[in-house]
Design a binder for this molecule. Structure first.
Ligand SMILES: Cc1cc2nc3c(=O)[nH]c(=O)nc-3n(C[C@H](O)[C@H](O)[C@H](O)COP(=O)(O)OP(=O)(O)OC[C@H]3O[C@@H](n4cnc5c(N)ncnc54)[C@H](O)[C@@H]3O)c2cc1C
Length: 423
């Protein structure tokens, strides 16, 4: 029987780097996706320097730059009347964020997996997982010719997005469910650029609005707006109107947007859940949105997916190298590696998940945050650190006191409780 070391389902920010890393380490990898490689997906694409740092370590950041991707070294972070302006500290050697359109980024990632030696198949849809005595041993899927194919592997990894077919088929339960709090919609504009290296975030707590703008490839700028989920129905009923009305609440931004031309339709979704799913089990693991989905308000998803790929590849490497006649020994090493990965990713990513849920609630600022912001704004180093906490180059605990970190976690707890009550 032909057996791969790993089959990875989903060839974007989680799956493609994982395939690249495992293939580079000499493992036999099959990477599949039901979509054509290099196609767009519903997502904006602010890649924080913590994510760009991984691209750099993988030797892919030059390709991102070469695609004409802006490098962001100036962030304007406006929270009600407070304006924080500056650059975050670097993440190792990477001192800017990047904003590659997914048509460029995802192609770079898949090409890197191919160059590393992974076998890839696009337009290949997984229809079943194959089990042996409760253990996932492979996949069944339909490829380009419409023929059903089965493939076997030591581990099957679902990098197949928030709805994760692999996760649900393997029985992976949601372990943290903090609900949905916003709907987010975006469009591309030309002719409104402030500068090639500036991104802006605007939060209006009373009006419950959040705005993100940044320059991207092809001389386009991204305008990304958030509303509380309670308004989703109204927003979706008339997106043009919702955009216009929301921009009116932020006149400076409105003037900038109005000086340009909208070049795309308005895209987005009200399905923005915040959850962790168990990300390991016998013969399987999950990375990216399949394992952890959070509101895009903190632009964390791509970086999370890269982080997952890096940790899982590291954990699996030794286990996949084992050569012993006892397949039980190999299987238990692989499962232990996947469990270790799951534990590590949760520990590393949970604090930012909590901060994300807190922001997504679009609520009044906690008293401590209100007291803290003017002091941060008056001090360039504190401003840089505050922005760095958002961009992943400064640990949250270096910027926020324990009481605020507890508040972020308490918001997640509260949201979980409310979800349980509704269920
Ligand atoms: C509106 C919006 C804006 C966002 N903005 C940002 C941002 O600015 N910055 C940021 O970091 N993150 C952002 N995100 C989050 C980001 O898009 C995701 O975190 C990221 O795409 C996750 O990558 P992934 O590889 O885990 O999954 P995905 O990108 O969802 O890819 C999953 C792949 O799996 C494939 N697949 C699924 N099922 C099957 C199957 N049965 N068989 C074969 N293939 C399958 C799909 O075709 C797909 O290509 C945003 C998200 C949204 C919704």
């Amino acid at each position: 029987m032909n057996q791969y070391d790993a089959i990875i389902v989903g060839a974007r920010c989680g799956g493609a780097p994982l395939a690249m890393l495992l293939a580079k380490a000499g493992h036999r990898v099959l990477l599949v996706d039901r979509m054509a490689f290099g196609t767009d997906i519903m997502s904006t694409h602010y890649v924080k320097r913590s994510g760009a740092n991984l691209l750099n370590q993988w030797g892919l950041l030059d390709a991102v730059r070469d695609a004409g991707t802006p490098a962001i070294d100036q962030l304007n972070f406006e929270i009600d009347d407070t304006r924080l302006s500056g650059n975050a500290p670097p993440c190792d050697d990477v001192g800017t964020d990047f904003t590659p359109r997914r048509i460029y980024l995802d192609k770079i990632l898949v090409d890197a997996a191919i160059d590393a030696g992974a076998e890839v198949r696009d337009k290949f849809t997984i229809t079943d997982l194959l089990f042996d005595d409760g253990r996932v041993i492979g996949i069944k899927g339909i490829g380009k010719g419409g023929k059903e194919v089965s493939e076997h592997a030591k581990i099957v990894v679902g990098a197949d997005g928030a709805r994760s077919f692999v996760g649900t088929s393997a029985g992976a339960e949601i372990t943290v469910d903090a609900g949905t709090h916003t709907c987010g919609h975006y469009a591309y504009y030309s002719g409104m650029r402030e500068s090639d290296s500036t991104a802006s975030l605007r939060i209006l707590t009373k009006e419950r609005r959040f705005y993100i703008t940044f320059p991207t490839n092809d001389d386009l700028d991204m305008v990304f707006l958030f509303w509380p989920t309670e308004e989703a129905q109204k927003v979706r009923a008339n997106l043009d109107n919702a955009f216009t009305e929301s921009l009116k609440l932020a006149p400076e931004l409105e003037a900038r947007v109005m000086s340009g031309t909208r070049e795309s339709r308005i895209s987005g979704t009200h399905v923005l859940p915040n959850f962790f799913r168990r990300a390991h089990g016998p013969g399987w693991a999950l990375v990216g949105d399949a394992a952890l989905h959070r509101d895009p308000i903190t632009a964390q998803g791509i970086t999370n997916a890269f982080t997952h790929a890096a940790i899982l590849a590291e954990e699996l490497d030794n286990a996949l190298r084992l050569e012993t006649s006892a397949s039980n020994t190999i299987n238990s090493s692989i499962d232990q590696a996947a469990a270790q990965y799951d534990q590590r990713q949760f520990q590393i990513l949970k604090p930012m998940f909590d901060y994300t849920v807190h922001l997504a609630m679009l609520q009044a600022l906690p008293d401590e945050m209100q007291q803290m912001l003017p002091m941060v704004a008056a001090d360039a180093n504190a401003t840089s650190a505050f922005i760095g906490a958002f961009m992943g180059s400064v640990p949250l605990e270096q910027v926020f006191p324990p009481s605020l970190l507890n508040r972020f976690s308490a918001d997640v707890e509260r949201a979980q409780q409310e979800n349980r009550n509704v269920a």
